[in-house]
Design a protein around this ligand. Sequence first.
Ligand code: APR
Ligand code: PHB
Length: 383
Amino acid sequence: MRTQVVIIGAGPAGLLLSHLLGLDGIDSVLLERQTAEYVQARIRAGILEAGTVELLRQVGLGDRLDVQGMEHRGIYLQSPGERHHIDFTDLIGRSVTVYGQTEVTKDLMVAREKAGRLAYYEASDVAVHDVSEKPHVTFVDGDGTARRIDADVVVGCDGFHGPSRASIPDPKVWERTYPFAWLGVLADVAPSTDELIYAWHPDGFAMHSMRSPRVSRFYLQVAPDEDIERWSDDRIWTALSERLGVDGWTLETGTITEKSVLPMRSFVTTPMRHGHLYLAGDAAHIVPPTGAKGLNLAVADVALLARALKASFRGDDQLVDAYSETALRRVWRCTHFSWWMTSMLHRHGDDFDAQLQLSQLRRTVTSTAAKTELADNYAGLPL
Ligand code: APR
Ligand code: PHB
């Protein structure tokens, strides 16, 4: 089989890339290790930058987003007893939208079905070959048939654990692990807040997010090796109430439907291209979730790559040649922002560190310059 672009991984990066290429008349085939149902049900963050929303609308993916997405003017930043609103719309004229990654994935899958584009789910033993000369990919499909696809270009959208990255020789890797993790909780309860709350607390960071008017999402800072069995529903609600509490406010509780421990790391590999192989999304970089940049960064990569590949197929290689360097500028901006939010809000180190964090928080909620810097990064730079 032959196609123009083989895309490995049908997460948001792979699905969106194939959608964008399709709009430009470029053929692609998607290879995904999991089933479509599994990919669709994976719980991930759900904050879309202004530019991500704009792009999804422009490419015909805005219908459900415009009805179900909840536009937020800003966020709350909290230290014990004090909750401050940072109003992005007032500060910079942009907002963010709460719309689950599961919903973005669903919209992309529906668009894909309609367009009748080829995808192999449950593909195993995916391997990338000869990316310098004659790129091709081999794999075993869901029925056990061994297959080979030749392509002009292979794009690794296969996430942090995928195989594509290994085909880039002599990569330079930057990595930071954090001495804490998040306990993520999904609950059937109306949000007790109109916008997200990020709270510093002596017991550890806590956050109140949401998925819909009836479903809330929460996070608690825990140890990286935390045993989830130690977190009964009662203990979770007590910790959330304490860490998120301010006078005159009550956290509504409900049925917890999912809980899991999420590791936190920063990771960047360069270059993001070798020969005819390109990397996009989590395959090339991971940010800790504080600030919700993961999905938005993946969208930015593939928006850039789709434009570059379109030009390249028309004979102009300027953009593909610049892809890695251009993408990495945004990657490092988001890597810094996510690291900064994470470092400011999570308890680590000693009392001296805590005082520095509180000072930084105070500065961030009181200085217009500091608030604007946060708003600009959180709502996202233009694509
Ligand atoms: N063969 C085929 N597919 C694979 C393989 C493989 N060997 N290994 C991984 N994959 C698939 C995964 O099953 C997954 O569906 O690649 C996909 C990668 O998807 P994500 O991990 O969601 O990565 P990406 O699409 O870059 O996501 C962007 O959104 O919420 C965030 O955490 C998410 O930050 C990430 C971002
Ligand atoms: C989420 O809703 O899952 C979420 C929101 C904001 C973050 C991280 C996660 O910074």
